[in-house]
Design a protein around this ligand. Structure first.
Ligand code: NAD
Length: 497
């Protein structure tokens, strides 16, 4: 059985921990690897290595750091297929979906290639007589990232290309459910010429997360995962004096206006609701048709599409949706469906009990569609993170907006309409961090930044893009006077310009 090692100081370093977690192939239910859950002492050793690597890396010119990112980007392109297979073997998503994840991660590397430009500060000449002022963005030191299972390649790449290009050293703690893709990618960054110790991968669970949050030499923590853990990471990390950005869960609504093209809206909902088996923080899990006629037409368009979903393992290139990540998650999603029925929602398509011949041990579930969901129901209030779409009928546009604004989460949202006025007002008034207009999954490109509102994020900075550069650097402003200085006589009053 493959035992997954840590990556410290540029080398694979097997953990000596006695605690382990099994890694499964979700399509078959078979255990395929074992992950040692590293100890706090092993984290300490990795942080010491990163701390030792920091001065030289911070001194390396931004252009040379960018050149490593250029080579890294090439290697990601050349190895995209291999990375996608590593993702699918432990996560279960389809091969094309995994390739898409690699591509979206690679785009952050492309953004990080521009770091010499991104680190440029501001300059003001003559802020006083013969006095100039300039600002500079400097790296923080050793920073850490803690990532979720659902994008085992892309979410780490949301973090460390920007952090490392900016001159920091990085400790990555990948999800313990699918840790292999992050290892393949980290090895490629070393192949691209990254000096040893700048990126280190330490596997583990809560014990490592807590050790990261308490570690005095870790200056900032990026977290992506569920809201309860994001909130805990933010509170604990900031109490320990760290900078923390913690992105949490979601319940993303898509409003369908009466003038929307129903076929296009239904197709968009299929990809956004059931792609990656609903295990995306930007998945649409609530459809909000406005008006009874729109709702009836939507259900009529959706139901046959949901029934026709092609479900299969990643090796089946025709599959549109794979299995869920673990048996526990499968049981949790099925129990939400039970709860939806018990609380009175109308189950239009039931995905429970789905079995795939030859893959009976896999964690498959069929696509599920609920109609007449109301805002008090558990399936509406909580994030299910599975292929379960709830239709909540709104009487008017205003009611749809109020519903979204009242929800505790505010990650992404979308509106489908042909009416520019409704779209413009929606974009302005809706309380969510990422808004799509006739775009179901509005994940910002790498040169913008990703982040929700409300309980979908804790901390002041969104992730990657310009916000990522701000998060991983601190500003220094220098005020300088040449050539007249102390030699022409000291000044003791408070400086005014
Ligand atoms: P999770 O919160 O269970 O795990 C995320 C990370 O936290 C993992 O590395 C895990 O080891 C660690 N962790 C788990 N329990 C912990 C504990 N008790 N104490 C300390 N650390 C702990 O999330 P997940 O199931 O891996 O991922 C799915 C969740 O992530 C969903 O809620 C999804 O919406 C969210 N997500 C959000 C975004 C976003 O950008 N907002 C992106 C991707 C995923």
């Amino acid at each position: 059985m493959d035992r997954i090692a840590n990556l410290v100081g540029g080398k694979k370093l097997p953990s000596t921990s006695a605690r382990t977690a099994p890694i499964f192939n979700p399509a078959t239910g078979e255990q395929i690897a074992e992950l040692p859950l590293s100890t706090a002492a092993e984290l300490d050793a990795a942080v010491a290595v990163a701390k030792a690597a920091f001065p030289a890396w911070a001194e390396t010119t931004p252009l040379k750091r960018a050149r490593v990112m250029f080579r890294f980007k090439d290697l990601l392109e050349q190895n995209a297929d291999r990375i996608a297979r590593a993702i699918s073997s432990e996560h279960g998503k389809t091969h094309d979906d995994a390739l898409g994840e690699v591509q979206r991660g690679l785009e952050v590397v492309e953004f990080a290639c521009g770091i010499p430009h991104l680190l440029k500060g501001e300059y003001s000449k003559n802020v006083g007589p013969s006095i100039d002022s300039y600002s500079d963005r400097q790296p923080l030191g050793v920073v850490a990232g803690i990532t979720p299972f659902n994008f085992p390649c892309m979410v780490p790449l949301w973090m460390y290309p920007v952090a490392i290009a900016a001159g920091n050293c990085f400790i990555l703690k990948p999800s313990e459910k699918d840790p292999s893709a992050a290892m393949v990618v980290a090895e490629l960054l070393h192949e691209a010429g990254l000096p040893a110790g700048v990126l280190n991968v330490v596997h583990g669970d809560k014990e490592i997360v807590d050790a990261i949050l308490a570690h005095r030499d870790i200056k900032a923590v990026s977290f992506v995962g569920s809201t309860p853990i994001a909130s805990y990471v933010y509170a604990t990390g900031t109490a320990a004096g760290k900078r923390v950005q913690a992105l949490g869960g979601a319940k993303n609504h898509m409003v369908i206006m009466p003038d929307a093209d129903m076929d296009k809206a239904a197709d968009a909902l299929m990809g956004a609701g059931y792609g990656s088996a609903g295990e995306r923080c930007m998945a649409v899990s609530v459809a909000v048709p406005v008006g009874a006629r729109t709702a009836d037409a939507l259900i009529e368009a959706l139901a046959p599409r949901v029934r026709a979903l092609k479900i299969g393992p990643a090796t089946d290139r025709e599959a549109e949706m794979g299995p869920l990540v673990t048996k526990q998650h499968l049981d949790k999603v099925a129990s939400y469906i039970d709860k939806g029925v018990a609380e009175g929602a109308k189950l239009v398509v039931d995905g429970r009990g789905f079995k795939l011949q030859g893959y009976e041990g896999g964690y498959f579930i069929g696509g599920t569609l609920f109609d007449h969901v109301d805002k008090e129901m558990t399936i509406y209030r909580e994030e299910i993170f599975g292929p379960v779409l709830s239709v909540l009928r709104a009487g008017s546009y205003d009611e749809a907006v109020e519903l979204i604004n009242a929800h505790e989460f505010g990650n992404g949202t979308a509106i489908f309409t042909r009416d520019g006025d409704a779209a413009r007002s929606f974009a302005d008034k809706i309380e969510a961090g990422m808004v799509g207009i006739n775009v179901p999954i509005p994940v910002p490109v790498a040169y913008h930044s990703f982040g929700g509102w409300k309980r979908s994020i804790f901390g002041d900075h969104a992730i990657y893009g310009p916000e990522g550069v701000r998060f991983y650097t601190r500003i220094k402003t220098v005020t300088s006077r040449w050539p007249d200085g102390i030699k022409s006589g000291a000044v003791f009053n408070f400086p005014t310009m």
